[in-house]
Design a binder for this molecule. Structure first.
Ligand code: ZN
Length: 240
C-alpha cells in the first residue's frame, strides 16, 4: 500500500489573529500557491474514499489535503476555493470543541479561533468533503490509558456518524501524538486509517504527513511531492 503525499493544514487566512499559530497557519496566498502548483502539475487531489476506490501506484500524481481542527474561517475562503477548483480535502474535527474554540491553544497563551458548529460541518460534508475523527477532546492520546483512548475515539466517531449519516473510517491524532498499540486500538474502533505527522513505524494507522507552511515555495513542493520522496516512503513505511 503506497500512500500519496499528504499535506497537513490547519488555519488558512490573513487575519492577524492567526499569526500566533504559525507555522500551522498559512496565508490565503500561500494556499493559492499550493493549489496552483497542484493544478499546474496535473496532480489529483484525493480523499480516502476516492483513493481506496481506485488502484494507484507510486507513479500516480496524487496528493491528499488534510485540514485539522475544522476552523470556521475555512468557510470564508479555503472551502469555496477548493470547491471552485473541484478539489478534494479531508477535514478532522475534535468533536467536543464543535461550535467552540481551540481551547488547547488558548491554554498555551495563543489566540482563540472559532471552530465550525454542527450545521456548518454538515454543510461541508454535504458539499462532498470527507470528515474524519480528531479525537473527542483535543488531547495527546499517548498520555491517556488504553481505555480512555478507546473512549475518545468511539465517542467522536459516534457523534460524527450520527451527525453526518455516513460511516467515518479515518482519524488524525491530535498534535500528531501516536499512542502505543495504536493499530489494535484503531482497528477495534472500526478505523481503516490513522494520520500522524511522523512516526518511525509509519503504517496505515500512523500515516506520515508533511507540514505545508508559508515558507514553502515551488522548490520545496518539488521535493515534498517528488518521486524520490515517494520511493523513500515505499522503502521505509511498513506496508500493511
Ligand atoms: Zn488538531
Amino acid at each position: 500500500m503506497t500512500f500519496p503525499p499528504i499535506a497537513m493544514l490547519h488555519h488558512i487566512g490573513d487575519d492577524a489573529v492567526l499569526d500566533d499559530h504559525k507555522p500551522y497557519s498559512i496565508t490565503r496566498s500561500s494556499f493559492i500557491r499550493l493549489l496552483d502548483y497542484i493544478e499546474r502539475n496535473g496532480i489529483e487531489t484525493k480523499d480516502f474514499s476516492s483513493w481506496t476506490a481506485q488502484s494507484s501506484s507510486i507513479f500516480s500524481k496524487q496528493i491528499m489535503l488534510t485540514i485539522d481542527d475544522c476552523y470556521r474561517h475555512l468557510l470564508d475562503f479555503a472551502i469555496p476555493e477548493l470547491q471552485r477548483r473541484k478539489m478534494r480535502a479531508i477535514l478532522y474535527m475534535p468533536t467536543a470543541h464543535m461550535g467552540g474554540n481551540n481551547s488547547w491553544d488558548v491554554e498555551q497563551g495563543k489566540s482563540s479561533v472559532e471552530i465550525m458548529n454542527e450545521s456548518e460541518l454538515k454543510d461541508v460534508a454535504a458539499a462532498g468533503f470527507e470528515i474524519g475523527v480528531h479525537a473527542h477532546n483535543h488531547v495527546p492520546l499517548d498520555e491517556l490509558s488504553t481505555e480512555e483512548i478507546h473512549k475518545e475515539l468511539h465517542t467522536s466517531k459516534d457523534i460524527l456518524e450520527k451527525l453526518l449519516g455516513t460511516s467515518v473510517k479515518t482519524m488524525a491524532y491530535p498534535f500528531g501524538r501516536v499512542p502505543e498499540n495504536y493499530g489494535s486500538i484503531l482497528k477495534a474502533n472500526g478505523f481503516d486509517f490513522g494520520l500522524g505527522i511522523y512516526h518511525p513505524k509509519g503504517d496505515r494507522y500512523a500515516i506520515r504527513r508533511f507540514i505545508y507552511h508559508d515558507g514553502d515555495q515551488e522548490k520545496h513542493l518539488n521535493s515534498k511531492l517528488s518521486l524520490s520522496y515517494r520511493v523513500y516512503r515505499q522503502l521505509t513505511d511498513r506496508n500493511k
